[in-house]
Design a protein around this ligand. Sequence first.
Ligand code: SDX
Length: 429
Amino acid sequence: MADKTATLTIGDTNLELPMYSPSAGPDVIDITKLYAQGNVFTYDPGFTSTASCDSTITFIDGDKGELLHRGYPIDQLASDSHYLEVCYLLLYGELPSAAQLEDFESRVTNHTMLHEQMMNFFRGFRRDAHPMAVMTGVVGAMSAFYHDSTDISDPWQREVASIRLIAKMPTIAAMAYKYTIGQPFVYPRNDLDYAANFLRMCFAVPAEDYQVNPILSRAMDRIFTLHADHEQNASTSTVRLASSSGANPFACIAAGIACLWGPAHGGANQACLEMLQEIGTPDRIPEYIARAKDKDDPFRLMGFGHRVYKNFDPRAKVMKQSADEVLDLLGIENNPVLQVAKELEAAALADPYFTEKKLFPNVDFYSGIILEAMGFPTSMFTPIFAVSRTVGWISQWKEMIVDPKMKIGRPRQLYMGATLRDYVDIEKR
Ligand code: SDX
């Protein structure tokens, strides 16, 4: 792969390091032999300049605000495709034929039910448990119920585990929601598509029929599509690192769910809506802008900024359009929270602090507004993100498992602690 070299001068030694040219994005310098040849480590907390792997799945150009899944731009996929077709694309690398899509959707549909005994697992949680805590536990526990798809060396078991996870995540998320509100679980239906099934499992009650609003299920499907994969983000890197030890896929996805929960990552959609609700009215926006800019105040504008995008997050643009459509159709176009969101966005983007630091709305800025309008509590926002991102985690996991370069991930460190010293008896301390 190396088509160039980089010369690194350390003292009076010149090291020649291989460089690779990607199909898109910056060249990379291969430092795998740096420690052996130069007896030095590189230092990159937060991995701001480090490629952890080579991948063919998703490409992000942060400056252009571009997001491609297997080369297809996210705005085209969001408007012309649908979530399960994007799942197929992410998993297998190409858009499916009609027959391939029908077979894939049928396999997913026929795996949406959860092992009946797992219901007891839910009942071990307090009713006020956060749904993300429930999902982390239940998905990890899947390795105790689906032993016939935990051997990662068996391609068939990897395929079954992939389909099971994609199929069962909406069921688990809906059950986590139902459990916390004290309503009975609603089983999946095979005559509904992925998004409609999820909405029905969340909002139907046995006491009456539930008709899924096609506009809401289309918006739900679009939210799933927009969150499906995003290169080597924190939770995907967590899944890759957990998988590098050979851990089973359910344990690795549970690790990804746990990481996604953080407010700097997938938890931002819940934190963002709560921030918009706390701001409450447009006249309070300047107070919060000032707090976000105050170095002594840890407050940050949730839903703003991104490690990679130094331009608009392309998903935020599509999400903003969806927010307008959904609220308009629900007759709540003058939703006060959406009003605050739009005026906050305008105020922040007129402020040099945000434009100079390239802090633009990200995927989480508008998603919460749509989800709240659909009737979800804020505690369900990140679980919905986790449902969608499962296909991204699984696709990256599958890519890594078959990579001949794969080895256990084991970063080193810049050690700044005490050097060798002898133990001191307590009487002498
Ligand atoms: C997701 O990685 C992915 O791809 C993630 C994701 C995905 O699909 O997987 O896109 C999903 O997680 C989106 C991001 C959601 N998080 C938030 O909305 C939380 C608020 N945003 C920030 O916490 C922050 O912007 C991050 C965590 C998203 C990115 O942080 P970085 O790139 O590490 O940037 P930084 O923390 O070093 O900040 C750079 C500067 C700092 O100021 P200085 O110290 O240079 O003076 O920008 C400031 C920060 O204080 N800053 C903000 C800010 N974000 C960064 N100031 C106010 N409000 C903010 N939101």
